[in-house]
Write a protein that binds this ligand. Structure first.
Ligand code: TYD
Length: 210
């Protein structure tokens, strides 16, 4: 049996990833997989408490990065690793690439420090596929304005998001084997078509044997 997959969704706030997660979950379920759908920061009881702090409270940028990885440590232990061990596929709304993009790109925390945390927290685990939803800054900002009350990150200025987006794209170029960059400034049906193609490849490679 091929091993279960970890698929992560990434993109700057307003890039539209949340719209596409249910579509991907349904697609994978239809292919016969059991899906655990989760998110970061969060995904566990403790992680959700850390999320509330992270999305509301101002804090030193290193505290922010450490708490993101603390929540992630718990998330891997309690949710991600057990699910993969059972053979379930895991869909995570954000993972470590978000720490590189937001804390590294957006807040200028040294990438080397993030690499140390990454090695500490999950040296043997990487997503099998990372879907990066990419849109021009203005589009993302306009979408956000139309939605609800902004959290701590969503209140950041354009420069922060420009740097976050640049770091996401830099990582996509650095790890082309697992990243798929999706132009999120297209009609939803067009994006769904693209997602269907990308996921079909990974589904076809997997033998379901439960
Ligand atoms: P988000 O995933 O956009 O959730 P929602 O759709 O409910 O707003 O919110 C999580 C925020 O946390 C987002 O602004 C990015 C930020 N974040 C980081 O800064 N670093 C991280 O490592 C993670 C996982 C998220």
């Amino acid at each position: 049996m091929n091993k279960a997959k970890l698929i992560t969704f990434e993109g700057i706030d307003g890039a539209g990833k949340s719209t596409h997660i249910p579509f991907v979950v349904d697609l994978l379920k239809a292919a016969g997989h059991t899906i655990v759908s989760t998110r970061e920061p969060g995904g566990t009881e403790l992680g959700e408490q850390l999320r509330t702090l992270l999305l509301r409270e101002p804090m030193h940028l290193e505290t922010e990065a450490l708490l993101m990885f603390a929540a992630r440590r718990e998330h891997i232990d309690k949710v991600i690793a057990p699910a993969l061990a059972r053979g379930d596929w895991v869909i995570s709304d954000r993972f470590t690439d978000a720490s590189f993009a937001y804390q590294g790109g957006g807040r200028h925390l040294a990438i080397e420090k993030l690499e140390i945390l990454e090695k500490w927290v999950h040296s043997h685990l990487q997503p099998d596929l990372t879907l990066l939803f990419d849109v021009p800054l203005e589009v993302a900002r306009a979408r956000l304005k139309a939605s609800r009350e902004p959290d701590k990150f969503e209140q950041e200025q354009n420069e922060f998001f420009a740097n976050t987006r640049t770091e996401y794209l830099r990582r996509a170029a650095e790890f082309p084997a697992r990243f798929k960059v999706i132009d999120s400034n297209q009609a939803i049906t067009k994006i769904q078509e693209e997602l269907r193609e990308i996921l079909q490849v990974i589904i076809d490679k997997t033998v379901i044997n439960k």
